[in-house]
Design a protein around this ligand. Structure first.
Ligand code: SAM
Length: 221
């Protein structure tokens, strides 16, 4: 990919000025972000904006998150190569592609079938194997493959869905934006001997997680 990739330089700059400069230091995360072609995960016409310091629309009222936020969330998952990871909110498939670089098994659940189809196409175009995209209500987790060493939720809910905590393995890490509709706190949970430690990571703004254990519909109660 390296020499023929027209966006290699933009990715280097994204990592240096948006991610390293703001304190993300995990070498494996930085290498994955240098490698995954983010411009293949944005809609046609947005390729030139793919490496800018902001989220972008991906259709259906949804977004691909700002690169820095993706980096922070990924770093906080502390992934090892053999880990089993569950992502809730596939969106474009970009976050899932990074997870596949860093972990062993990646399952990603998306509520909207059209976005799930597009994400599968994006992942195939980017040459990323090893992500299983499932259509469904991710607030219920994905019990058939539980437990997970890491769970990342890329849409915001009023509280962390209880099934996700149940499906976290011993020693497992969960990252999720939690709070009101507009902006939220990024929360990390770590499960120790069945108990959960909660670590706040700062403010973020995500689209809503809609489902049984999240917001109850597009109208938000
Ligand atoms: N991780 C994505 C990426 O790399 O492009 C960005 C995700 S976008 C900010 C949030 C996604 O969560 C949207 O695609 C939305 O449809 C999805 N979503 C919302 N509620 C969901 C639910 N209950 N289960 C699964 N996905 C859900």
């Amino acid at each position: 990919m390296a020499e023929t990739d027209p966006c290699q330089e933009e990715r280097e700059e994204m990592v240096e000025f948006q991610i390293l400069a703001r304190g993300v230091r995990d070498r494996r995360v930085l290498a994955a972000m240098r490698k995954i072609p983010r411009h293949l995960f944005v809609p046609k016409g947005y390729e030139r904006a793919a490496y800018e310091d902001r989220p972008l629309p991906i259709g259906e009222g949804q977004t691909i998150s700002q690169p820095y936020i993706v980096a922070v969330m990924t770093e906080q998952l502390d992934l090892a190569p053999q880990d089993r990871v569950l992502e809730i909110g596939t969106g474009s498939g970009y976050q899932a592609a990074l997870l596949a670089e860093l972990a062993g098994t990646v399952i990603s659940v998306e509520r909207l079938a059209d976005l799930a189809d597009r994400a599968r196409e994006n992942l195939a175009r980017a040459g990323v194997a090893g992500v299983r995209v499932v259509v469904g209500d991710g607030t219920q987790g994905y019990p058939p493959e539980a437990p997970y060493d890491a769970i990342i939720v890329t849409a915001a809910s009023p509280t962390i869905p209880e099934p996700l905590i149940d499906q976290l393995a011993e020693g497992g890490r969960l990252i999720a934006p939690v709070g009101p509709r507009d902006c939220q706190d990024l929360i990390k949970l770590v499960k120790h001997e069945g108990r959960v430690e909660t670590i706040p990571l700062g403010g973020v703004c995500f689209v809503p997680l809609i489902g049984q254990f999240g917001w109850q519909g597009d109208g938000y109660p």
